[in-house]
Write a protein that binds this ligand. Structure first.
Ligand code: AMP
Length: 517
């Protein structure tokens, strides 16, 4: 099928051709004609499938007629993270270059006055994260009565991050007569119920998870002691032919520690996590995209949707708590048909987390050995170690041998939705413990929009971060691992970053640098 047969206008087709796309992706093929017809869409699709263009392209054509009034946007796109919102805005600029549509991007960490000016100009397209949008709304800076098209993107991510009440509040202020496009990578019942409430006679469009992407990713996993992970990472980085890589950590504080460590060892490393200011996040991401930073140490804030061209490697410094996050993390590489590599460093007690991932992806991750390092096996569930193998060979030759030491049979593929039953059972209050600590948010539920003059401006509140980025664990983590973060963890700052012994300068004899056990 060609783009020309989808019903898009000539200026949009020109922008698509200029971008270099020749054929629509499956989601574009299925969704674009339906959106152009004005129908609601319930899209089950992940990032990487071309989902963004599937709603941006027809929206440009629909919005090309008419003009927005000041502070009254004509369409609204809700995104769970600032990075995704910024990426959608970039897409709008690229595909809408032959149109004169005004866009406003409302995300946290960016100055309010600039955003207010963009709203004042009249926004045909408003792209926002829920928290910042509500802040503007409560200050009386925006009226949503004119929104004719609503896009809720990454709905399951919104759920994970505890944003659903904010989304519900926003949708309650929109006119009921509108077109709604609702996208989610998975459709657990909680999300389906939400879709049923927000959508009217939607056309369902499902494209499978980007399995093709995973087919282009060469995966590997190694089991090493927690304390040896940094050494293992360095060995892998040196062994691999790395163009650019993201190293994912489960905890924000480990991101900073690991980045410092890598820099100290001579690597060109940057850091990206949710505690950084938005300009710093954008600057780092930009440097990484431009190739000025080769290795980006990141929390899961970078796991979803980020589109970095031809990224060669992803490293999981920790096994992610949620198996879905594994898929999202490694999906940053192996994009657009290129081969990518992912390596996961697991500690011996992370077996249950790896089990959950392998169950989800329907295959066992090949075990690899790190040159010069001891390869361990996972602890059995009774806490005793299953035995060690001492390996010194290179990763390419080792997978079958180390695999056999873990003696787990390969699993049958399972559908993705089935693999996350915990989410359905999770009581809402328990799932968002941080809410209880923010009484001012509860009060907002009752508040109705008021004319601007009657209201005193409020301080912007800091935007919330993904829960996985806040040292809390995902609901999808296997129960056997739930107590893991409660246990004392070795401080990753010690060991190989300890200063050189006094008086030896940079020339430390190897036997002195070796850790004592
Ligand atoms: P998305 O799922 O929207 O994050 O898109 C994933 C990647 O696919 C982005 O790099 C897009 O630029 C790219 N893309 C989207 N549509 C097409 C297309 N029809 N042909 C080739 N690449 C595309």
């Amino acid at each position: 099928m060609s783009f020309e047969s989808l019903g898009l206008s000539a200026p949009v087709l020109q922008a698509v051709a200029d971008k270099g796309y020749t054929t629509p992706t499956l989601i574009q093929e299925k969704a674009i004609p339906i959106v152009l017809m004005g129908r609601d869409v319930l899209g089950c699709a992940q990032t990487g499938t071309g989902k963004t263009a599937s709603f941006v392209l027809p929206m440009i054509d629909i919005l090309s007629e008419g003009r927005a009034k000041a502070r009254m946007p004509r369409s609204l796109i809700l995104e769970p993270t600032r990075e995704l919102a910024a990426q959608v805005a970039e897409n709008f600029e690229i595909y809408g270059k032959n149109h004169k549509l005004n866009m406003a991007l409302l995300i946290g960490g960016v100055s309010f006055p600039d955003q207010e000016r963009a709203l004042e100009r009249g926004a045909d397209v408003l792209i926002a994260t829920p928290g910042r949008l509500l802040d503007h709304f409560e200050r009386g800076g925006i009226l949503l009565n004119d929104v004719k098209i609503l896009v809720i993107d990454e709905a399951d991510r919104m759920l994970d991050m505890g944003f659903i009440p904010d989304v519900e509040r926003i949708v309650a202020t929109l006119p009921p007569l509108r077109q709604t496009l609702f996208f989610s990578a998975t459709m657990p019942p909680e999300i389906k119920r939400l879709a049923d409430r927000f959508l009217s006679n939607p056309k369902e469009v499902t494209v499978s998870a980007p399995a093709s992407a995973s087919a282009t990713i060469v995966q590997g996993l190694t089991v090493v002691q927690e304390d040896d992970k940094r050494e293992a990472l360095r060995a892998l980085i040196k062994e691999q032919d790395i163009k650019n890589a993201i190293v994912f950590c489960n905890r924000k504080k480990d991101v900073a520690i690991l980045q410092t460590s890598l820099k100290k060892h001579g690597f060109n490393a940057g850091a990206l996590h949710g505690d950084m200011s938005q300009p710093a996040r954008m600057e780092t991401l930009d440097k990484f995209k431009q190739g000025e930073i080769q290795i980006l140490v990141a929390s899961d804030v970078a796991a979803r949707g980020l589109d970095i061209v031809a990224m060669s490697h992803v490293f999981n410094f920790d096994v992610p708590f949620s198996p879905e996050d594994y898929v999202h993390r490694i999906g940053r590489t192996g994009r657009a048909g290129l081969t990518g590599h992912s390596f996961t460093l697991a500690s011996p007690d992370e077996g249950p987390l790896v089990d959950a991932i392998e169950k989800l992806i329907g295959t066992t991750i090949p075990r690899v050995e790190v040159p010069g390092m001891e390869t361990l096996a996972f602890e059995p569930s009774d806490g005793r170690r299953r035995g060690r193998s001492r390996g010194r060979s290179s990763s390419s030759s080792s997978s079958s041998r180390s695999r056999s030491s873990s003696s787990r049979p390969p699993r049958e593929p399972r559908p993705e939705v089935e693999a996350r039953p915990e989410r359905e059972a999770r009581p809402e209050v328990e799932a968002r413990p941080e809410r209880a600590a923010r009484p001012e948010r509860e009060a907002r539920t009752e508040r109705q929009p008021q004319p601007r003059a009657e209201r005193s401006p409020r301080e912007p509140r800091p935007e919330r971060e993904p829960r996985s980025d806040r040292d809390t664990r995902s609901s999808a983590a296997p129960s056997s691992s739930r107590s893991r973060s409660d246990r004392p963890r070795p401080d990753r700052r010690d060991r190989d970053d300890t200063p050189a012994p006094m008086g030896l300068g940079d020339h430390v004899p190897a036997f002195l640098a070796r850790p004592t056990r």
